[in-house]
Design a binder for this molecule. Structure first.
Ligand code: ATP
Ligand code: MG
Length: 199
């Protein structure tokens, strides 16, 4: 099986995440996409830990209507800080015959050298990169080429609509009482309202 991995804070999950996952699934012919919300964030605020279960719940709600999408709580359940390398190693051990594609946006591509054991990670897992507004396409292609030659990795660029949505923007809009309709699935919008998140 070819499996896509969508890692993210998903605070909250939004339509940009869903669109990039679906277009990558389709264009790489993936059998499924596994959404893995991050656990305790290495660099983020303590108060975000309070959102662990909310982030997981919203990810489940958002992905329910796509039969190719699944959610894993493997990072959320770990008591310690989790890193992508640990997750990929665990998945490869559990499913040695499967092929994994880690799906990332352009911003993550330019940060990848900050990830723990990134060289090992690049050799261990394929990457699928999706464009993001404000990231120059030529620079993305150049960066992918650099990483490929330096680390002998398999990184592919995937065509997906350019979507100008971020979780930061959604949190800010909710905080200001602005509408987030159509930026997130309705179930996520209702969940945010119900629990009064991001106020
Ligand atoms: P935040 O603003 O809190 O950082 P975010 O919108 O960037 O949230 P993350 O959970 O940080 O969402 O992102 C998870 C993954 O999805 C990352 O690889 C990121 O690059 C990618 N991603 C998120 N939104 C988009 C988007 N609109 N277009 C392309 N990639 C995206
Ligand atoms: Mg982000």
């Amino acid at each position: 099986m070819k499996i896509g991995i969508m890692g993210g804070t998903f605070n909250p999950i939004h339509n940009g995440h869903l669109i990039m996952a679906e277009y990558t699934r389709y264009s790489l012919n993936l059998d499924k996409v596994l959404f893995i919300p991050t656990g305790k964030p290495p660099h983020k605020e303590i108060e975000e830990v309070a959102y662990l279960n909310h982030r997981l719940e919203m990810t489940v709600l958002a992905t329910l209507s796509n039969s190719f999408f699944q959610v894993s709580s493997m990072e959320i359940e770990r008591k310690n800080i989790t890193y992508t390398i640990d997750t990929i190693e665990a998945l490869k051990e559990e499913y040695p015959k499967d092929e994994f594609y880690f799906i990332i946006g352009a911003d993550s591509l330019f940060e990848i050298e900050k990830w723990k054991d990134y060289k090992k990670l690049l050799g261990l897992c394929n990457f699928a990169v999706v464009e993001r507004p404000n990231y120059n396409n030529d620079k993305i292609v150049e960066k992918i080429q650099n990483l490929k030659t330096l680390h002998n990795s398999n990184i592919v660029k995937v065509d997906s609509p350019l979507i100008e949505i971020s979780s930061t923007e959604i949190r800010n809009r909710v905080n200001k009482g602005q509408s987030i309709k159509y930026l997130v699935p309705e179930s996520v919008e209702d969940y945010i309202t119900k629990y009064g998140l991001y106020k």
